[in-house]
Design a protein around this ligand. Structure first.
Ligand code: CUA
Length: 412
């Protein structure tokens, strides 16, 4: 504190200005970052950005006026020599009613200028505009510690009942929300445990997902793309890795994706006698594939949408025997208690549905292996580790892990 006592007010002002400039300057270097709110890709995010700029400008005007008056007063009335030798430079008064009323009026005006558009934007982002309602698509996002489940309430997928008969069922995805481009998407927000917050910086955000309370927001993507999302409310030890992605696709591609999701799990045919002696499949690590892509950088994947499309295709070379072994292990190691894989007879609902899990961008072979091998290192304290691996004393040999990874990867 002594240091500050001896420094001049002007120095203090300069330091505060420099500190305030750091986030602004650093913001400029990251304007194109994957989670930058300065690069809106839809009407809701754009409205929110406009409101941010308006508030910034109003605050900047106030800052400049107050700063100028302060600097003027400090320079004009600064102590020269020994203060005791000088009388007060101005006559003291008990205030000037005109000045005070003007200041109150100016403050109210500034608040109104910010408040009116703020309220307008709150209503705008709350629900799809009336005129667009007929065109809106609806999904339900549910927060779990620590992942997002996306349900498509108006779609019906196919599965088989325990007798093998084909029946209809709902379907969901985990951590990847696929939406149609150019259409408003109403997202119902739910939580099964604690408060989470749904945030896709380039499309919209943030709205809390609360237990026992229905919330919603809407988003719309201008063009096809891949947008990073993040839980924005501290929700436990793995909050920081509670992320998700929004993939926006053109109408035809979106319909193709929906049709693919409706299908039961992909089945890799068991190997024939003739194939038994052939060498086993070699899996290229997905990281290698990504590095070979044009535009890939270490900071983030420059073309995540292309990578995602690539990920939808089944691998060229698969080890059918290993996949079949993985399918058996999925049941034997009690994975099926919590996970649904439509068509393979697994109907657990505590964890994410895995019917098409291999099509999710981050589920490359390396990452799936890392997750299955030591879930607690990926998401500390997660349910699969605590209530699965530990509670059921699940032990997996390296061969088991390999087989399970192959099975999951085959589920495109
Ligand atoms: Cu969920 Cu933070």
């Amino acid at each position: 504190m002594r240091l500050f006592q001896y420094s001049s007010n002007l120095g203090r002002l300069a330091r505060a200005a420099a500190l305030a400039a750091i986030p602004l300057l650093s913001g400029c270097f990251w304007l194109d970052g994957p989670q930058s709110t300065f690069d809106p890709n839809g009407p809701v995010a754009r409205h929110q950005q406009d409101l941010f700029y308006l508030t910034c400008w109003v605050c900047l005007v106030i800052f400049v006026i107050v700063g100028a008056v302060l600097a003027y007063a400090m320079i004009k009335f600064r102590a020269r020599g020994d203060a005791a030798d000088f009388p007060d430079p101005v006559e003291h008064s008990h205030g000037n009613p005109m000045v005070e009323i003007s200041l109150i009026g100016a403050s109210v005006l500034a608040l109104v200028v910010i408040a009116v558009p703020t309220l307008k934007e709150i209503w705008y982002s709350y629900d799809v505009p009336v005129g667009d309602k007929a065109n809106a698509y609806e999904v339900t996002a549910t927060g779990y510690q620590w992942w997002f489940k996306f349900d498509y309430p108006n779609e019906t997928a196919k599965t088989t009942d325990p007798t093998g008969k084909a029946v209809n069922a709902p379907f969901s995805t985990a951590n990847e929300l696929v939406i149609p481009v150019g259409r408003p998407v109403k997202i119902n927000l739910r939580s099964v445990d604690v408060i989470h917050s749904f945030w896709v910086p380039k499309l919209a955000g943030k709205v809390d997902m609360m237990p026992n309370r229905a919330n919603h927001l809407w988003i719309q993507a201008d063009k096809a793309g891949y947008f990073w999302g993040q839980c924005a409310e501290f929700c436990g030890e793995s909050h920081a890795v509670m992320r998700f992605r929004v993939i926006a696709l053109g109408p035809r591609e979106f319909n193709d994706w929906l049709s693919a999701q409706m299908e039961p799990a992909r089945r890799v045919a068991a190997p024939s006698e003739a194939d038994a002696g052939k060498p086993k499949a070699q899996f290229a690590a997905y990281r290698t594939f990504r590095r070979n892509e044009a535009g890939y950088s270490d900071r983030f994947d420059a073309s995540p949408l292309e990578s995602w499309r690539e990920q939808q295709k089944p691998p060229a070379d698969e080890d059918a025997a290993l996949i079949a072994r993985g399918r058996e292990l999925f049941s034997a190691k009690t994975c099926a208690t919590c996970h649904t894989i439509r068509g393979d007879g697994y109907i657990g609902v505590v964890g994410p549905e895995l019917t098409h899990v291999g099509g999710l961008l981050e589920n490359n072979r390396d990452e799936l292996h890392r997750w299955i091998h030591a879930p607690n290192e990926v998401k500390p304290g997660n349910t699969m580790w605590v209530k699965g691996y530990i509670a059921n004393a699940i032990k997996l040999t390296p061969d088991d892990e390999n087989a399970l990874v192959s099975y999951l990867e085959s589920l495109k």
